[in-house]
Structure formats: C-alpha cells, structure tokens
Design a protein. Structure first.
Length: 336
C-alpha cells in the first residue's frame, strides 16, 4: 500500500535470513517473499543509543509494530507510554502468541503450536486424526488482523489527533478465523443435538476423477438438485433434501462420490457441472494454481530484482492497483 517500512533486526539478523531450504546468493526464499518493500537496520536494543534511535524513528512514524514476548518492551524502555511521549499520534501494535496475560503469556510460540491449541488440526483431519495446515496460517491470519486493526487506528488518529495501543495475539486471531463456520455445531446452548456436525466432513472433500481431483459445492437446495440431476443421482434429492440431512449422511455421499467420479476425467465432470451452473473447479497443485487462468488474469505474481547481486524472485499480492493516489504507476516492489 506504499508504506515506507523500516525493519529493526537483531545482531544475528531476522531468523528467516537463515531458516530456509532454498537459497540463492545467500538469500533465502522465505526472507525474499516476506520482506519485499522493507528496509532493514540492525540494532542491539539493550544499548542506550539503540533505544534513542528507535525513539527518534518513532517520533517520525505513523505505526510501530513489535512482537516480543509481553514485558520485553517495558524492560527496554520502549513500551507504549514511553513511545507515546515522543509521538502522541502513533499507532502501537503489540503481537504475541497468547496475549499479555494468562499462564501462556510468556511462553515461546510458533505457528504449529497455535494450530494445535486452536483446534484447527481437528477441524482439518476430524476427531480420528488431527492434521495441520501445511503453511503458516496462524502467522498469516494474525498479520491480516494486524492490517485492518492498524488501518482503523490510523483513521481514528487522523480524525481525533491521537494514536492508540493495539494488543493482538495469534491464538485469538486463529480462533476468530476458524470459529464461525468450524464451530457451527456448537453455536446453540445446549449443543448436544448438533455437536457431531463438522465442516471438516461436510463439504470440503476433493472429488477423485479419472485423472486428478475436482471440487464441486452445492450449498443451496437448488444447487443440490441441479448437481444430483447432472450426475444422474435424482434419488439423492429425496434421500437428502436439506443441508442437515446431507451433513448427517455425509460419509455415505462421499463413498458414493468416490465410486462414481473416477469414471470420468476432471474436464468431463467440470463441463457437466458448469452446464448445470454448479460452483466447481479443478484441484491444482500450488505451481499449477499459480499458472492457472485466474492467477494470470488477476496478475497477482510479479518478478522482483533486489539491488546488488541478489536473484530475481516471484512474489504475490492480493490486489491490483493501477495507479497510486499521486497519479504515478503503482510500484510492484521496492528494495530492502
């Protein structure tokens, strides 16, 4: 969005500079992907001159983001009340694993720990076998939460002339993300009647075909009727007329699908579902998905070449911006 980001790294540097499996010219792909558009400086925050440097930068900044464990910034003399004295309009965001209080507040934390403690692993795999999402989803969702909290605080600062402190935890971010749909069976009190229902088995199963997998989603009764007609299963309309019926008999439906769908190719099934106006699509690998028509049309990937001898790299952004507010073409990436 055009922010000038200054990243403060410790003497050893960001862990992602070294923690990776793919390197070129001494630079890891994770570091390249997560740090585009940023500038970095190296400071030992235990030294008084480093503290003064941070306060000087904070005095000229709109936002300060820190993810030390609770209490560290207070010990360094860089807590929100101290920084606010230098800049009353600053938005001060603190990110932690488990929040500022409670028995887990001071424990170290990484993404897989949050996936395990949030219940997401059981949402993914069911009660029999928990399965982790194979990406840093807790980190990413916390970052997304951070963005809109900070943007709201910046609007408030512009209107009211004062900043504020925001405290955000990874566990709260992931729980809020998975809660509405993954816990629908627990929405009512008491929940005994619906507790067995789970999105992990209701509508999120890839469908095996002769040459791969597809996904088709019949969310409404009308879509369900069209889907049943398209796959020549009209009896399902009477057997499973409502979403609750389909959820409670989902394993029988899945078993039938796993028998029926390998009889045709993915293209053949997708043609059938598209003709019936049933939401559907192929199930791609990441590389194939990046090359798919939707990704190409949206132009989400671009090639960046940092300064020096570092290699070019692909990176992604979730929006298209043709021009920035000044009227100049929007940059794809800046150096760091």
């Amino acid at each position: 969005m055009g922010a000038d980001i200054i990243k403060v790294e410790s003497a050893g540097g960001d862990i992602l500079r070294h923690l990776n499996l793919t390197f070129k010219a001494g630079v890891g792909s994770w570091f390249v992907s997560f740090n585009r558009n940023k500038r970095s400086i190296q400071l030992d925050l235990k030294r008084s001159e480093a503290r003064e440097a941070i306060l000087q930068m904070a005095a000229q900044s709109d936002v300060l983001v820190q993810n030390f464990r609770p209490g560290v910034m207070e010990r360094l003399g860089l807590d929100y009340p101290t920084v606010r004295e230098c800049n009353p309009r600053i938005v001060y965001l603190s990110i932690s694993g488990f929040g500022a209080e409670g028995p887990y507040a001071h424990k170290p934390c990484y993404d897989p720990v949050i996936q395990g403690m949030s219940g997401l692993a059981f949402v993914q795999g069911g009660q029999e076998q928990p399965v982790f999402v194979r990406m840093a989803i807790a980190d990413k969702m916390t970052s997304m939460n951070a963005i809109y909290h900070v943007l709201a605080a910046l609007v408030a600062a512009e209107r009211q002339g004062i900043g504020q402190e925001i405290k955000l935890s990874m566990i709260d971010s992931l729980l809020s993300f998975i809660g509405p749909d993954s816990m629908f069976g627990h929405a009512f009190i008491p929940d005994d009647e619906f507790r067995y229902l789970s999105m992990s088995r209701a509508a999120l199963q890839p469908m095996p075909t002769k040459d791969g997998h597809i996904i088709a989603c019949a969310a409404t009764d009308d879509q369900w009727q069209r889907m049943c007609s398209a796959i020549d299963k009209p009896e399902w309309v009477e057997q499973y007329p409502t979403p609750a019926d389909r959820a409670s008999h989902v394993q029988e439906i899945i078993d039938d699908i796993n028998t029926l769908f390998p009889q045709k190719t993915s293209k053949e099934w997708l043609t059938i579902f598209e003709a019936a106006d049933v939401p559907c699509g192929p199930v791609y690998t990441v590389c194939r998905g990046a090359r798919g028509s939707a990704a190409c049309i949206q132009s989400d990937f671009c090639r960046i070449r940092p300064p020096g001898r570092r290699p070019g790299a692909r990176s992604e952004c979730a929006r298209q911006i043709q021009r920035d507010p000044t009227g100049d073409p929007a940059p794809c990436a800046r150096s760091w």
